[in-house]
Design a binder for this molecule. Sequence first.
Ligand code: NAP
Length: 434
Amino acid sequence: MLHIAIIGSGPAGYYSAEAAQKKWGDDVRIDIFDRLPVPYGLIRTGVAPDHQSIKGVSRRFEKTSLGNNARFVGNVTVGEDITITELAGLYDAIVLATGAPHDRPLDLPGSDLGNIFGSAELVGWYNGHPQFTALAPDLTGRHAVIIGMGNVALDVARILSKTEAEFAGSDIVGHALDRLRESRIETITVLGRRGPHQIAMTPKELGELASLERAEPHVDPADFPPEEADADLDPGVRKSVGLLRSFATRAEAERGTKPVRIEFDMFASPVALHGDGRVREVEVAETRLVDGRPEPTGKLYRLPADLVVSCIGYRTAPIPEVPYDERQGRFANDEGRIRPGLYCVGWARRGPTGTIGTNRPDGFDVVDRIAADIGSGSDKEGRAGFDRMAEERGLDIVTFRDWKRIEEAEEAAAREGSPREKFVDIEAMIRAGR
Ligand code: NAP
């Protein structure tokens, strides 16, 4: 029998479990740990609440958990409740699928002022991550600035612009909806330090900005290179650039017809934040591209900013005893292998890039590496040993059956038209599971 511990129950964790089930069938036992009492990681607390079809992948993960060779073990923090060395004594292989839950720091003068948030915090807040329940962003100012031009920046811009009616069918949590209802934001400036050809936003997501009820995207036509240059782009980027061009021409025709303006400010790199305890302005350096990199032109200007959200990427959280690559912000690994017996997948392996589906091949890959290193296992105790240790330590483990009760209670508490109202604190989750 082969015993595998997967740490993290997001897409990277579940796709790895699925791959291990496919490879070893009844000859494997997989424990999928999570520090939260609820499964699915980024699917639950990262994917935008108005993107329910993407969240539907959790139904596939549920099948994995219901198989008799894999189980969910919630409310256990590896590195605190149990060490990597202890796990290595019990399981043949440990797979770290812990994602990248920390914001890359903005690290600019003034970035400690009030009402400045990283996207992990703000997205966690509107998605009901217990860690960010108390965030309370003030949305009553007129100007918001979002830093970064990736899909997370798009998610944040869209969520800040939607009307209450547009959240129908989403599972945005009540505390976020209440604040958004009070929002007085009129301008959302999305700052990109490079130009339209370097945009990291994908076409489907960018296209959603065109049909918002009360917000319209604006792009300065002067930011584009000649249209012929688009021909050399990858097809996906070309599509995104085409959409940006359509926003630029549409903006001319429809200027001011909707009350919220989503302003793309390209070739614009933030250099400082100013305020009086809380942020009031973002100081921006105009850039030009030199060998693809943004270089300041020397021109500086200031944008009004009552709220700032930095969407510039994420870092994996270090775990004691696991080598960490500080520069890359993820575990130090060679194509998923940290050392024989210890592996990483998903964002913890490759950094915060790619979609949910990118994790599927990652899962198969790590399972092949385990097979090459470990073969068919040893005489380690696996879950029986863990259960004994958990009992000795009084760990309050949440099982998949408990999770189904939590899920039922969340569904029962849903607003009309919403799939669920999430519990936003750990104690309430655990109580509902009992
Ligand atoms: P991302 O795609 O890497 O975008 C990060 C953005 O931040 C880039 O525009 C980058 O500019 C900018 N940036 C980085 N450091 C900066 C700095 N110091 N100052 C100013 N700008 C800075 O990351 P993400 O948006 O966090 O998304 C993470 C991954 O999740 C991506 O693969 C994304 O596609 C995926 N995702 C997908 C969806 C979806 O499919 N619906 C939704 C959300 C996220 P440069 O390009 O100049 O570095």
